[in-house]
Ligand binder design. Structure first.
Ligand SMILES: [Zn+2]
Length: 345
């Protein structure tokens, strides 16, 4: 019963990787169309190559699940289709606003970087129209790419700023590549009026979060699980009310935390940090945003009121105008009331 209620609530998703969210059936069809060999053509077996287990062994295994998606996401048709389907999947889960992210330079085997971004934007826009939902795009810089490449991505993001690209993200191997390497790209993004979010405090400690804010002017932090390792960084996040894009299931799968009870989401929430709830990857983590909220309700002692607050935190932290935030808050609060009233009866 409570599960149905949580599913029916309107939501926003801020941390969602396009290449980690493909449907198994779509992977099969795209591979066949493109003549790409898959390790298996049986959906049930192929799933194992695209999804991490509940007890995934490591971050390395988790990241291996992106290999097949990257092979088949090299054409305009494929990029447009997977972007469209992600909006469709979001709408089915009652998302009203989402921010999709991907690293454009990983998709340029056959296409120019402009064609890559335009194809994804085209798919998102078709989805927006068909499902009455808003979907913005975040371009990711990969940490292991040469800084000249990250500058290229920042400039690319600026080119499409008025067409749905809202921010620059830093993703990939956090342990070996500190944020400072990509300082110039984030400077360009900031000066050009783009938002900034950085994966930090996931594979590396609190210092990586500090650098993401100091060197890259990050406005939001992806994950931020390990912030608590340094009291000063934690206090700073609390004081500045920096939103965290938390992805609890993903954190468990990549072993950032050993078990649910060790996850700091509840602690951060209690400290007043604007925590937002996200899936990271619909396919790799094999879950929907509603399921993640149900997980929080069942395993982290979040009450229904907290769930509503977490959803509104997402609206507040979205990379959209204040007017649009206000509009979403009004719409969401009206919907919450309506749903709760029906639930009582
Ligand atoms: Zn991520």
């Amino acid at each position: 019963m409570m599960e149905d209620l949580i599913k029916s609530l309107p939501k926003v998703e801020l941390h969602l990787h396009l290449d980690g969210s493909l449907r198994v059936g779509t992977v099969l069809e795209l591979a066949e169309d493109q003549g790409v060999d898959l390790p298996s053509t049986k959906p049930r077996e192929l799933k194992n190559y695209l999804q991490a287990d509940k007890e995934c062994e490591s971050l390395k295994v988790y990241l291996s699940k992106f290999k097949i998606p990257l092979m088949i996401m090299q054409t305009k048709e494929a990029l447009s289709r997977v972007a469209y389907e992600l909006v469709e999947d979001g709408a089915r889960d009652n998302l009203k606003y989402l921010e999709v992210r991907f690293a454009p330079l990983l998709h340029t085997e056959k296409l120019s970087k402009e064609e890559v971004v335009e194809s994804v934007l085209e798919g998102l826009k078709r989805g927006e129209k068909d499902y009455n939902i808003k979907a913005n795009l975040i371009l990711s810089v990969m940490r292991d790419q040469d800084p000249s490449k990250s500058i290229e991505v920042a400039k690319l993001a600026l080119e499409y700023k008025s067409n749905g690209v809202v921010a620059l993200d830093l993703a990939g191997n956090e342990g070996d590549y500190p944020p400072q390497l990509h300082k110039e790209a984030f400077k360009i993004a900031k000066e050009g009026g783009l938002h900034r979010t950085v994966h930090a405090g996931e594979a590396a400690g609190a210092n990586s979060v500090k650098e993401a804010i100091n060197s890259l002017s990050a406005e939001r932090i992806g994950h931020g699980v390990r912030i608590r390792e340094d009291k000063r960084v934690l206090d700073y996040i609390i004081k500045k009310e920096i939103p965290l894009e938390v992805c609890p299931t993903s954190n468990l799968q990549t072993k950032v935390v050993e078990g649910i009870k060790e996850h700091p989401i509840r602690e951060y929430y209690n400290l007043g940090i604007p925590v937002t709830v996200n899936t990271d990857n619909l396919r790799v983590s094999n879950l929907t945003l509603s399921e993640e909220y149900i997980n929080l309700y069942n395993n982290f002692d979040f009450e229904l009121n907290d769930i509503l607050k977490l959803i509104i935190n997402g609206v507040n932290a979205a990379f959209i105008s204040n007017e649009y935030k206000e509009e979403l808050r009004r719409e969401f609060k009206g919907k919450f009331e309506e749903i709760l009233n029906n639930f009582d009866h």
